[in-house]
Write a protein that binds this ligand. Structure first.
Ligand code: SF4
Length: 452
C-alpha cells in the first residue's frame, strides 16, 4: 500500500512592523507561529496570501501611518478575495471591532494578548470565512505563548519577560493596549535564553514596558534575581534590558552593574520632563531630585555608564520655565542620547483633556532646541570615548564600507572598524579613534593577541 503523502500547500506572509521593540518582538513571535503553520515570509505584499500589520498607537502620527498603510492593500484584496489581511498590535487592541467596521476589507484584528492564537484565527477567517476581532486581555502568560519566535539576527535576540503596565502615566496608552503587568515564569525565560544560546545568540535584550518591576511571584524571583540567572547561562556574553521606570530602579539593580560583568553598562531611564509640576501632571511617580539622586549614584559608581532617556516636550501646561528645567536636567546628566517627541494626546488617557495645550509652533521650537542641545552632548560623549578601548560585539560587515566590520559597544554605540572576518560574532577590544554623532570609528590592530 502506498504511504499517503502529506502535501502542505506553501503559504506566504507579508508582515510590516510599526513602533517599539516590544512590537518587533511580537512580530518575531508571530512569524514563529506562522512558520510552524507552513508560512514563508515575503517582502512584497502582492506575493502574499496573508498580510499582517503590527501596529503602534503610542502617538497619533504612528496610528495614522497604519491607516494609510492599510489603504495600500485594498486593491490587492479586490484582485484576490482569498487574501487575508490582519491587523495586530496596539491599534488592534485599542480599536477592536471598530476596525472591522471602518475597514471592510480587513479580515482579522488580533489583540496584544492573542498573538499565540494566530493559527486558530486564520482558520476562522480562511476556512469559515469569518471576520474576527480577538482582543481579550489575559492576566496570565501561558508557557506556549513564547519560545517559538522566528528571529533574523543570529547574535542578538529580544526576549519579552513581561507585558502590560500598571503605572497609568497620564499621557500613555500602553496600560489600555497591553493590559495589566504580567510577568513570565522565570524558568520559561531562562529556558528560552538557553535555547537561543545554543543557536548562537550572544546578547539578549530583556523587554518589558516596565521591565524592572518584573516579578515571578510563584518562584519568588525579582528582576535582579532574573538578571543573575541569565548571566549564569554559558555562552551569553551580554545582557541588556529596556524599558526601566525610574521609581523601580532599586539599589540592588544599581549595584548589579558593578557585580555582573555581562550586564552592559547602558541604562535607558525615561525621565520625560525636568520639571516637578509637569512630572506630577504626567503621574510619573518621582520628582526630579529623586531621579537625579539615582543617576548621580550610577555615575559615581560607574563613570563609564551610558544613560539614555525619553523626553516629551509641550505636555499640556508646560511653561517656558518648565522646559528650561528640562534643558538643565539634560545638561546635568549628559545623556548619551535621548528619544524626544512632541506631546501627542491619546484618546482615553487622562491627559487627553488637560489644558492648556502648548501651541504646535511652540512645541516644534522646543523640540528643535532640545535636539540641538542633545546633539552637541551626544557628540561630546562620543569624543570622550576616543583613545579608549571598548569591548565590541562584532555583528557583521559595515553597511557604509563593505571592507569594514561593525558592532556595538557595551554602551550601545555603533562602531565601524577594520578587522579580519574571523572576529564576526565575537566580543573583541577596539580602540576608538573617531567619534561622529551616530557612530564611532575604531581600529583592531592587535587582533592576533585576542585570537587565542
Ligand atoms: S510606565 Fe508610564 S509611560 Fe511607561 S508604559 Fe507604563 S504608563 Fe506608559
Amino acid at each position: 500500500m502506498d504511504t499517503p503523502s502529506l502535501i502542505v500547500p506553501e503559504k506566504s506572509v507579508f508582515l510590516e512592523t510599526f513602533g517599539c521593540q516590544m512590537n518587533e518582538s511580537d512580530s518575531e513571535r508571530l512569524l514563529g507561529f506562522l512558520r510552524d503553520l507552513g508560512y514563508t515570509r515575503v517582502e512584497t505584499p502582492g506575493d502574499a496570501d496573508l498580510i499582517i500589520l503590527n501596529t503602534c498607537s503610542v502617538r497619533d502620527k504612528a496610528e495614522q501611518k497604519v491607516y494609510s498603510a492599510l489603504g495600500r492593500f485594498k486593491h490587492l484584496k479586490e484582485e484576490n478575495p482569498g487574501l487575508i489581511i490582519a491587523l495586530c498590535g496596539c491599534v488592534a487592541q485599542q480599536e477592536g471591532e471598530r476596525l472591522l467596521q471602518r475597514v471592510p476589507y480587513l479580515d482579522l484584528v488580533i489583540g496584544t494578548s492573542n498573538i499565540h492564537r494566530v493559527g486558530q484565527l486564520l482558520e476562522e477567517a480562511g476556512l469559515r470565512n469569518k471576520r474576527v476581532a480577538a482582543i481579550s486581555l489575559s492576566g496570565i502568560i501561558d508557557t506556549d505563548e513564547y519560545g517559538s519566535a522566528s528571529r533574523t539576527n543570529g547574535l542578538k535576540a529580544f526576549v519579552s519577560i513581561m507585558r502590560g503596565c500598571d503605572n497609568y502615566c497620564s499621557y500613555c496608552i500602553v496600560p489600555y493596549t497591553r493590559g495589566h503587568e504580567v510577568s513570565r515564569d522565570a524558568a520559561d525565560i531562562i529556558g528560552e535564553i538557553r535555547r537561543l544560546c545554543l543557536n548562537g545568540v550572544r546578547e539578549v535584550m530583556l523587554l518589558g514596558q516596565n521591565v524592572n518591576s518584573y516579578r515571578d511571584k510563584s518562584a519568588g524571583i525579582n528582576f535582579v534575581d532574573l538578571l543573575r540567572g541569565v548571566a549564569e547561562i554559558d555562552g551569553i556574553e551580554r545582557i541588556r534590558f529596556v524599558t526601566s521606570h525610574p521609581r523601580d530602579l532599586s539599589p540592588a539593580l544599581i549595584r548589579l552593574f558593578g557585580e555582573e560583568p555581562k550586564l552592559c553598562r547602558h541604562l535607558h531611564l525615561p525621565v520625560q520632563s525636568g520639571s516637578d509640576p509637569v512630572l506630577q501632571r504626567m503621574r510619573r511617580g518621582y520628582r526630579v531630585d529623586e531621579y537625579l539622586a539615582k543617576v548621580t549614584r550610577l555615575q559615581d559608581l560607574y563613570p563609564d555608564i551610558a544613560l539614555t532617556t525619553d523626553i516629551i516636550v509641550g505636555f499640556p501646561g508646560e511653561t517656558e520655565e518648565d522646559f528650561e528645567r528640562t534643558l538643565t536636567l539634560i545638561r546635568r546628566v549628559g545623556f548619551d542620547n535621548i528619544f524626544s517627541f512632541k506631546y501627542s494626546p491619546r484618546p482615553g488617557t487622562a491627559a487627553a483633556d488637560y489644558e492648556p495645550a502648548v501651541p504646535m509652533a511652540e512645541q516644534k521650537k522646543r523640540l528643535a532646541a532640545l535636539q540641538a542641545l542633545q546633539s552637541k552632548i551626544t557628540i561630546k560623549r562620543g569624543r570622550d570615548l576616543v583613545g579608549r578601548v571598548e569591548s565590541v560585539l562584532v555583528e557583521g560587515v559595515s553597511k557604509l564600507s563593505g571592507e569594514e566590520l561593525t558592532g556595538r559597544t557595551a554602551s550601545n554605540r555603533v562602531v565601524n572598524f577594520a578587522a579580519p572576518p574571523e572576529v564576526q560574532g565575537r566580543v573583541i577590544d577596539v580602540l576608538i579613534t573617531e567619534a561622529h554623532e551616530h557612530s564611532l570609528r575604531g581600529t583592531y590592530k592587535e587582533w592576533k593577541a585576542y585570537a587565542t
